[in-house]
Design a protein around this ligand. Structure first.
Ligand SMILES: NC(=O)c1ccc[n+]([C@@H]2O[C@H](COP(=O)([O-])OP(=O)(O)OC[C@H]3O[C@@H](n4cnc5c(N)ncnc54)[C@H](O)[C@@H]3O)[C@@H](O)[C@H]2O)c1
Ligand SMILES: [Zn+2]
Ligand SMILES: [Zn+2]
Length: 385
């Protein structure tokens, strides 16, 4: 089959590889009909998450079930399914506490309680390096999906791929961000990053009753997207009066809830880059600091942008002084996906309005380059095998 294979930093090509086969009793094989490129894929492409061996990319995918393992009870051959990016067993301590991203069984080589930089990682993820189980991803014609009784959800024919594809990751991620930031009716919310995840968080903020949704990004075309599809108020991240403006909009206090939907690959100045080299840091935590600055005293910050490094001079004092609640991590897709599916099915939200580019899987290499460089006003790319 054909698949988008990561070879080394900046090098993803579409290669012929072996077809996947059933390996475990709860596996299924899915023929992929749609798959998307995520900001998280860029951390691998750009070398922020190391991967030494070739690996099939992709954790946002859906398709039709071609084969089922002997212990699969919830899915049948021919079903059309969306697949959460988190691989979880459904039975361990964390799965039974609805914290599937911490599944104790799906990343046997690297899992552990420590959560250190190179050991003691979380549960398995599709196409997300050997640190997260080394699973082949779904930017391919076919993909093996383990633990099929816990992850995949069957989708009725009347919904198109575009309507439901983002239930695999970014809509549950935006939703997790909003729930973790305790957004409730009347809340003011600042969302840093207006990429796919930020745009989904904006939708989720409105659905959770927010009164003001403020989108912040350095790229004007992404802010225009936030305004046109999500009716967000917009501010440019490079505006030197950004924090003053946020406080002016919120009676001088700052927002109730701030969300980091950017992560460690935020735009950086030359001095930031020098500091990172000196301190052995990857990227920067500038956006977490912006969230801490923008939120009101006693407010809530949630961080779904991904970090793979420690940082010196992190403003612990300011967090203490302002008395903040903070929450970080991989989204809990399995926890929210059914509730979010119903919201989509009931027509209460549109997810596919973020798609700007549709390309054949064979163009994956070009698609990565364009998404990384934010060329051609690219926001979200869907690949079709
Ligand atoms: N926690 C999870 O479960 C989860 C799931 C999916 C994605 N993610 C992460 O979410 C992040 C965003 O993903 P994406 O697909 O939207 O990526 P993306 O790269 O398309 O979007 C990031 C956006 O942040 C903007 N940005 C850069 N510096 C900024 C700053 N200082 N202030 C405000 N905005 C700034 C960029 O211009 C861009 O629009 C990534 O780190 C990704 O890995 C996390
Ligand atoms: Zn993703
Ligand atoms: Zn588990």
């Amino acid at each position: 089959m054909k698949a988008a294979v990561f070879h080394k930093i900046g090098d993803i090509s579409v290669d012929n590889v072996d077809d996947p086969r059933i390996e475990g009793a709860e596996d299924i094989i899915v023929r992929v009909t749609s798959t998307a490129i995520c900001g998280s894929d860029l951390h691998i492409y750009n070398g922020f998450f190391p991967q030494l061996k070739d690996m099939i990319m992709g954790h946002e995918f859906m398709g039709v079930v071609e084969e089922v393992g002997p212990a699969v009870t919830k899915i049948q051959k021919g079903d059309r399914v969306v697949v959460p990016f988190v691989i979880a067993c459904g039975a361990c301590f964390f799965c039974s506490h609805n914290q599937h991203a911490h599944c104790e069984t799906t990343n046997p080589e690297m899992y552990g309680p420590e959560g250190h930089l190179t050991k003691g990682k979380g549960g398995g993820l599709f196409g997300f390096t050997d640190m997260y189980g080394g699973y082949s991803g779904g930017q391919a014609e076919y993909v093996r999906v383990p633990m099929a009784n816990t992850g995949p959800r069957v989708i009725p024919e009347e919904l198109t791929d575009d309507q439901v594809l983002f239930l695999t990751d970014i809509f549950p991620t935006g939703w997790s961000a909003v729930r973790w930031a305790k957004v409730k009716p009347g809340s003011s919310v600042a969302i840093f990053g207006s990429g796919p995840v930020g745009l989904m968080a904006q939708k989720a903020a409105w659905l959770n009753g927010a009164e003001r949704v403020i989108a912040i990004d350095p790229l004007d075309y992404r802010l225009e997207k936030a305004k046109s599809i999500n009716n967000a108020e917009i501010l440019n991240a490079k505006d030197e009066h950004l924090m003053d403006k946020i406080r002016e909009m919120t009676d001088g206090r700052g927002v109730d809830c701030a969300i980091d939907a950017v992560g460690m690959e935020a735009d950086r100045t030359f001095m930031d880059k020098v500091k990172a080299v000196v301190n052995l840091e990857k990227g920067s935590c500038e956006v977490i600091e912006m969230c801490i600055e923008a939120v009101r005293r006693g407010g809530n910050v949630s961080v779904v942008g991904v970090y793979g490094s420690n940082y010196d001079n992190f403003p612990i004092h300011q967090i203490f002084e302002k008395g903040l609640n903070m929450r970080f991590g991989q989204a809990y897709v399995q926890k929210y996906i059914d509730e979010l599916f119903r919201i989509v099915q009931d027509g209460k939200v549109t997810l596919n309005d973020i798609i700007t580019h549709r390309l054949p899987l064979s163009d994956a290499s070009r698609a990565y380059d364009m998404f990384k460089k934010k060329e051609d006003d690219c926001v979200k790319v869907v690949l079709t095998p």
